[in-house]
Structure formats: C-alpha cells, structure tokens
Ligand binder design. Structure first.
Ligand code: ATP
Ligand code: MG
Length: 588
C-alpha cells in the first residue's frame, strides 16, 4: 500500500496497539510497564525496554508504570531499587505517580500484591486446578520429562482439595522446611510445552523479604506472579523479551484459571472476571563487545574486574551516565535499533555514533593536552601573555566565546611532532609551519633530546602577522594544532576507556583456551582503562563540575567524573572523535 503522505512504518507492536485502538479492545486504553527485578543495576538492554514501553505509552496517550518485580526475596535490594529509580528517571521516562520531590513516589512493587496472589492460589486449589506436591526439586525435574519424552504425574497429584488447602495453609504458616513442598498447577504432564507440565506456583523459602519482612515463607514463582501483577495494574500490552514466548501459554492459563467460573457482572460463586492483558514478545538487545546479563555484570563487579556497577566501562545506565553518555543519545540509539522478533547483535559503534551526534551539537570545545611536549616560541617576548578569543561551539553560535591565555612556552601533543616526518605527515617537523588554534602560525626550527634520546622540547618561531590564525599574505598551512599554555594550564587526571572485551563476541573462546577452562572472562580487554596523569587542560575548566561534558579539541568527548575535586580534576573519555559507524554506513 504505497502512499505519498507516508508516515514512518509502524513496528509490529505499534501495529497491534493501533489494531486494538481501532477495535476498542481495551476501551481505547494503552497501559505499559517496565518490570525490573531489583537484583542488579539496569543496563543498556533495559534502556531499550524502558524506551519502548514508555515510548508507546507516550505515543498513544497511555500510561506507563514502573514496577519492581520483587517476588524473590533477595539481599541488598534497597541499593538496586534506588539505582533503578534513578536510572529510569535519568533516561527521561515518566511513570504514573512520579514526583520530583520524592523519588519513590508512584513506584509499584509486585510484592504488594502477595495477599491477592495467595488468595487466587487458594481459589485454584478449590477449583481443583492446583495441588501441594512433596517431590523434591530433583524429583520434580526428573518427573517433568524432556522435549522428546512426556513427563509422569506426581504421586501427590490426586490429593483431595481439603488436604491441599490444609497443607498449603501449613506451608504458609512455616511448618515445613525449604524445599519440602511446592504448590503446583494441575495442567498436563505430557504437554508438548514443558512450561505447562504442572508448573510450580509457590516454593518454601524461609527468607525475609526487603519489604514484607518475615510475613512470608512461601514465595510465588515468576510465572505465577507476573501475569497477576500486570492484571492488577490494568496493563494492556505486557511487553517482554523473546525467551518468554513459550511462557505465554502459561501466562494465559493462570489468568484463565482464575477467571474460570467468574463472570463479567460478578454473578456466580467466584465473582467478577479479572483483567487479562496481552503478552507480546520482542527480541532482546545484544551489543558487540558487551555482556548484558545482570549475573555476569555482578560477577565483574564482585571479582573486581571493574570499579563498580557505575564503572564507565560497564554497559549499565549508571556506567554510561558516569562516562558522559547523554540520555538523549541512548534514547536515539534505542529508537534506531527498533523492535523486531528476530535476535541480532547491534554494533556498539552505532551507540557511540549516537553519543557523538548529541555531543557534537551540545558539548563546549576546550583545549587539553594528554601527552605533553614543551613547545618554546623563541621569538615570542618572554613574560608576555595574550588572551586569545576561542569559539565555544562552532555548531552552536549561541554558545559564545571565551579567552585562552597564550604565552612563550606551551604544551602540544607528543604525536604532533616528528623530527623525521613520515609520508603525509603535515604536523610539526623541522622547517614546517602549522597553525596553533586561535593563535598564530609557528615554524619549527629544532628539537631538544634528553640523554635517553627522547624529544623533550621543540623550538619554533611565530609570525606576529598571523594572529587569530590567518596569514595576510594568503599562505596556507595544512594543519592546526591544539595547545595549552604551560604556565596557565591546570593538571588533570584523564581516564581513557576502550571496550571492556577484546572480542566482538565475548563468548567466543578458542578451542585451546576452552580446554584450559577459559570462559568469557578470558576475553576481558587488559587495556580497557588507561589513566593519564598529569594531563594539562586550559584554565577555563577550573570550575568544571561532575557530569559536565566537553569536547577536547582533536581528542574526543570528555566528562567530569564524580571523583573530581577542586584542584584535582578527573575526566572520563566518553568517546573519541573517530566515527567508525559513519564509515560503516558509507561502505553500505
Ligand atoms: P538480565 O537477563 O540481563 O539479567 P533480566 O531479563 O533478568 O535481565 P529483568 O529485571 O527481569 O532483567 O528485566 C526487566 C525488563 O527488561 C524485562 O521486561 C526484560 O524483558 C527487559 N530486558 C532485559 N534485558 C533486555 C535486553 N537485553 N533487551 C531488551 N529488554 C531487556
Ligand atoms: Mg532474568
């Protein structure tokens, strides 16, 4: 159906929603949610899910819930809960009930629905649809069968309703040890979908819960809990990743089981039907050079491979924030990746490209020298200092200008000088003339070496007529170098980051290495962090504060680290200036 007034094509989830709006399936409502389990920090894959769910609610005038899927009792959840709230807010999503003055406002918790879920479990027992089973976890697995072999009925499957009710109540009261009993749905032990072979609804865990304290010692499984959390909140489109596709029949079965015997008007013994959302699956985000499971990220943190969940090398939202990625760049990345039903791996260069695009528009330019080499201008008056005008952002005229001090002794990058220039080297070498940014043309005369033979100082002369960077006689230079005044520059620590893994696929392991027991961690990049100290930055950065982002001219984008202190600046390199993605696109 080609049309001239073409709107951007809808993705498959938008198509479902627009069909639903047309048919009035949910009474015109769109309600989505993001349901993280608070057992780790959020990563870029979660960002995709947040952008998708919030974006749909926004696009269709719907509502978006932030819900902690905290049905599993776990330690240290408060730290994770707080980090999740902060990250979702920082990304720019707005949930129902959100307020600026109270970070917790509006945040929902699956554990708040424990009583209701328990009541529905009792209802299923009464309907003959659930039973208490005494098989051990190993036996449950053994009885389940395999993809090619049907399972066997548990010997406890035929328990009478009264007995089940009593045992389930005693489970709740704490009369049995962990693992002694489970509550299971009575479905079909030879069902082709293994998830339907009498799945477990509750297990005994004598563990306190971060919100419920010691109120419970039986906890619902993900499958039993998740659909009800959605139902209670009136979610219309319950969007999850593909690995839950073969859990969908169970999602539906559980809600249908509660609705069995219920009616639309509430007449009859079981009351009114409960809301039945639609589960929709999409392909999870995978990125090159990146691992994305919370379990693995936790392992990296605990084993000290990184400095914490917010280490700028981590694919966590907290890590990307600390590294200097702007939230709009992450949102743009998620939009460009789109949604699909097919698993794929996205090139991390696309994410970096999105970061550069935003920073190119927004980051003020400054000059910094990471690997300093002294440059002495022999004909520049000793003791003279000029304040030269520098443009803050050529992409943004409104960003204005600033003054940078210029003097006789400067620092330039070591790489910007060669005593013997290789072919096509247009920077500084004896006899060659270059432009110093915002300043003058300088011509190299000679260099000085130390006793080891390293170049420690370069000498040049400047042409006073070229002030501002152009020669009145029209002569051209091929290169412009950045610089800082040695007497005025501030010292800083600069942390350069490379990919955390040295292979695009961290799971790719050579046979020989695998034989030695090497796993994905053997692909950690030993050079993922390089610390430069001291680097020299222009004095305008004196008051730079944590989170501020800059372009260091010719070097890349940098962000002030939270560890920065007055007089002890710390910068993280967000991304360099080489846009590998633009090159990839051009080749296509
Ligand atoms: P992980 O497997 O990384 O530990 P998870 O799926 O266990 O993540 P949850 O806290 O359960 O983490 O996830 C919250 C939501 O984020 C879920 O809806 C899940 O489908 C979604 N999500 C998790 N990882 C990705 C990903 N890589 N891409 C897209 N969505 C994801
Ligand atoms: Mg998971």
């Amino acid at each position: 159906m080609a049309r001239s007034d073409e709107k951007p094509a809808l993705n498959f989830i938008e198509q479902i929603i627009e069909d639903d709006l047309r048919t009035g399936r949910w009474g015109g409502r769109v309600q989505t949610r993001f349901p993280p389990e608070p057992n780790g920090y959020l990563h870029i894959g979660h960002a995709k899910s947040i952008c998708l769910n919030f974006g749909l609610a926004q696009k269709y005038g719907g509502r978006f819930n932030l819900r902690m899927d905290d049905t599993n009792p776990e330690k240290e959840e408060a730290e994770y809960v707080n980090s999740i709230i902060e990250d979702v807010r920082w990304l720019g999503a707005r949930w129902v009930g959100m307020r600026e003055d109270d970070p917790q406002a509006g945040v929902l918790y699956g554990s708040d629905y424990f009583e209701q879920m328990h009541a529905w479990a009792v209802e299923l027992i009464k309907k003959g649809l659930a039973y208490v089973c005494d098989l051990s976890p190993e036996q449950v697995t053994e009885y389940r069968g395999t993809l090619t072999r049907p399972g066997r009925d548990s010997p406890y499957r035929g328990r009478l309703i009264e007995e089940n009710l009593e045992l389930f109540e005693r489970m709740r009261r704490g009369e049995f040890p962990d693992g002694a009993k489970t509550l299971r749905a009575k479905i079909d032990m030879s069902h082709p979908n293994l998830n339907m072979r009498d799945p477990i609804m509750y297990r005994i865990m004598h563990e306190p819960h971060h919100r419920q304290g010691n109120r419970w010692c039986i906890y619902p499984t993900y499958d039993w809990a998740h659909g009800f959390e959605d139902s209670i909140e009136g979610i219309t489109h319950s969007i999850c990743t593909l690995e839950f596709e073969n859990h969908r029949p169970l999602y539906d079965w559980f809600i249908d089981a509660v609705n069995q015997g219920r009616t639309d008007d509430g007449s009859g013994p079981w009351g009114r039907k409960i809301h039945h959302p639609q589960q929709i699956e999409f392909a999870r985000l995978n990125l090159t050079y990146t691992v994305m499971s919370k379990r693995r990220l936790l392992e990296l943190v605990q084993a000290g491979h990184v400095r914490g969940w917010d280490d700028p090398r981590m694919p966590t939202i907290a890590g990307m924030r600390r590294r200097g990625y702007p939230p709009e760049a992450i949102r743009e990345f998620c939009a460009r990746v789109g949604v699909s039903k097919v698993e794929s791996t996205v090139d991390i260069a696309l994410l970096e490209h999105c970061v550069r695009e935003v920073l190119n528009r927004t980051a003020p330019r400054v000059m910094a020298v990471l690997r300093p080499l002294r440059l002495v201008i022999d004909n520049y008056p000793e003791g003279q200092v000029e304040e030269l005008e520098a443009i803050n952002n050529p992409e943004d005229p409104g960003a204005g200008t600033r003054k940078v001090p210029f003097a006789r002794v400067l620092y330039i990058e070591q790489d910007d000088f060669r005593e013997t220039p290789p072919p096509k080297y247009w920077r500084l070498y004896p006899g060659n003339e270059v432009r110093l940014r915002y300043a003058y043309f300088v011509r190299c005369t000679r260099c000085v070496r130390n006793e080891k033979g390293d170049v420690v100082e370069v000498h040049c002369t400047y042409d006073p007529a070229t002030r501002g960077g152009d020669a009145p006689d029209g002569r051209k230079v091929k290169t412009t170098l950045h610089w800082v005044s040695a007497a005025h520059a501030l010292t800083a620590e600069v942390r350069l980051y490379d990919h955390l893994f040295s292979r695009p696929d961290p799971d790719q392991i050579d046979e020989a290495a695998a034989a030695r027991g090497a796993d994905w961690k053997s692909n950690l990049n030993p050079r993922s962090l390089e610390v430069i100290s001291p680097a020299y930055v222009e004095p305008s950065l004196k008051a730079a504060s944590a989170g501020q982002r800059y372009q260091f001219e010719r070097l890349g984008y940098f962000c002030v680290d939270p560890e920065t202190r007055p007089g002890a600046l710390v910068f993280n390199r967000t991304v360099d200036l080489k846009d590998t993605w633009a090159r990839i696109e051009k080749r296509r």
